[in-house]
Design a protein around this ligand. Structure first.
Ligand code: BYC
Ligand code: FE
Ligand code: FE
Length: 492
């Protein structure tokens, strides 16, 4: 088994808050050295993680990558940037600062001190939530495994790998909680997180969207825009958890997540900019021959990724969600800023559904509608990006626009599952659905056309034909910086 090397690039902890101990085999700010049992459990999981990374992590052979590594958990200067060999990345365990005064903000334990241990009565539910969260992190790495082979630039390649190593770290974050707080069951779940694999027919990942293939870079950008954004919102609810170690873990993960949002927003933005430019230049939407991705294909990719991401929120009405909230395990988005009683025992929420072939609105107890409450926050956020992308079309003098499809479109989970709903919200028959699906969702021809454009560009400062360069580089480096050094095999 490979003992991870201590490289010269490991940053020295500095700054006033929570220095992270980088002399440890597993960097951490949880005093791991004082807990031998836990340390041994994590150290025996570490080689399994590294094996998994080697087999199912990024496929493109690289020497090193310009990566950010966490060195502190405070507000400023938390990250250090350097070229590091990816397999020597210092995945570690970092929790946000503990506030010893913290009290529970919602549910039936509202006002009580936050929990430092797992209460017996909520053990099963917390184990479940942490396992589901943990399952998504390595799943996304698996889904993105081969994208390096077709990167549109070294800048984008570096961003892909940054997202990958941080999703790997998010897995570590959940594995720490499992091993530190859930005993033997937790250790067992930690093993399973490496054994289920994205798209594996016998042992798939838990949630649907994490078993879909990420076929190309347009889909990667849609994934980081829509699916990582589900991550942002789910982490936002777990950050409110009464179980303090979970809350503090998620708070720090959210810091990293901001870059994943950035990769998605600007990735789609730059694709649309290039598309708009080619459309204006050639006076046609059919820009495939000119090396761009037609807007109609971008819209279909968007439709797909948005709809599968809505499924990740679970059912609009969920007694699980009510129990999580009442127990204090999972709050609402920005729980503490909400102006209500934070117990919701009397409140109602308007829930949309289909009854007798019609869209209807019904009042439901707010407690059971919390998945929808979160999803509604998420959709409002998703609209911001679409507005930005449309600005690029407007600025190019084009009248075409991108839109989010109706929430009922292409759904497998919740009130719309089992119905056929068009992107504009009409309830249609199965025949109508089948005859239009190719206009609404990516077709094999779309994917082939996009794949044909995915010619890798590995020279610093060069970009594939289908995407505009970014305005600025990473960490004040120039756009044409040598963000990634490839191995000879990668260039062959
Ligand atoms: N696929 O009461 P319901 C991220 C199950 S992404 C398959 O409606 P609930 C990331 C459900 O488990 C964020 N099964 O759902 C992004 C339940 O099963 P049981 C990940 C599904 O429990 C990019 C049953 O159906 N984090 O971090 O209220 C890159 C009834 O469900 C699905 C979390 O999700 C589905 N889509 O809510 C990297 C947070 N939906 O219990 C990372 C933790 C539902 O009857 N998870 N089911 O056997 C949760 O909070 C909840 O489990 C869910 C579902 C929101 C997922
Ligand atoms: Fe993550
Ligand atoms: Fe993420």
């Amino acid at each position: 088994m490979t003992e991870p090397e201590r490289t010269g690039t490991a940053p020295t902890p500095t700054g006033p808050v929570s220095p992270i101990d980088y002399s440890e085999r597993i960097p951490n700010n949880v005093d791991l050295a004082d807990n031998r049992r836990l340390q041994r459990a994590l150290e025996s999981w570490q080689p399994k993680f590294l094996d998994w990374w080697k087999t199912l992590g990024p496929a493109l052979p690289t020497k090193d990558v310009y990566l950010r590594t966490a060195i502190a958990v405070g507000r400023d200067g938390w990250a250090h940037f350097a070229h590091v060999p990816m397999e020597e990345y210092r995945w570690g365990i970092f929790l946000a600062e503990r506030n010893p005064e913290r009290t529970i903000a919602f549910g039936k334990h509202k006002g009580e001190p936050a929990w430092q241990e797992v209460p017996g009565e909520y053990r099963a539910e917390l184990l479940r939530l942490i396992t589901v969260q943990g399952d998504t992190e390595p799943a996304s790495v698996e889904q993105q495994r081969i994208l390096g082979n077709s990167a549109p630039s070294l800048y984008d390649l570096r961003n892909l790998f940054q997202v990958n190593v941080e999703e790997g770290r998010h897995l570590w974050a959940m594995v720490y909680l499992l091993q530190a707080y859930f005993g033997r069951e937790g250790r067992e779940e930690a093993e399973q997180l490496l054994k289920r694999n994205s798209g594996d027919l016998n042992s798939p990942r838990i949630l649907g969207a994490f078993n879909e293939e990420t076929t190309d870079w347009l889909q990667f950008f849609m994934f980081t825009y829509f699916t990582d954004r589900d991550g942002k919102y789910q982490l936002g609810t777990l950050k409110e958890s009464a179980f303090d170690p979970l809350a503090r873990t998620c708070e720090f993960m959210l810091k990293e997540e901001a870059h994943h949002m950035f990769v998605g927003t600007t990735g789609v933005q730059r694709t649309v900019e290039r598309t708009a430019q080619l459309m204006a230049e050639h006076g046609t939407g059919d820009i495939l021959p000119h090396g761009g991705i037609p807007l109609s294909i971008i819209q279909r990719y968007l439709n797909f990724q948005f709809s599968v991401s809505l499924d990740l929120f679970g059912s609009e009405r969920s007694t699980n969600a009510a129990a999580y909230y009442t127990g204090g395990l999972k709050g609402r988005w920005q729980e503490t800023r909400r102006k209500d009683d934070h117990t919701l025992t009397e409140a109602t929420y308007t829930v949309r559904a289909i009854r007798d072939g019609h869209h209807v609105q019904e009042q439901a107890p707010a407690l059971t509608a919390l998945n929808l409450d979160l999803r509604d926050e998420y959709v409002a956020d998703c609209e911001n990006g679409v507005r930005r992308w449309n600005q690029a079309l407007e600025e190019a003098g084009l009248s075409e626009r991108l839109t989010l499809p109706h929430e009922g479109f292409n759904r497998r989970v919740g009130a719309y599952a089992g119905h056929h709903v068009s992107p504009t919200g009409e309830i249609i028959t199965a025949d109508e659905w089948n005859s239009h699906a190719g206009q609404w969702l990516p077709t094999p021809e779309d994917r082939a056309a996009v794949a044909a454009l995915m010619i890798p560009q590995y020279a610093p400062g060069e970009f594939a034909s289908w995407i505009a360069p970014p305005k600025t580089g990473i960490n004040d480096q120039p756009v044409e910086f040598d963000y990634v050094h490839l191995r000879e095999e990668a260039l062959a």
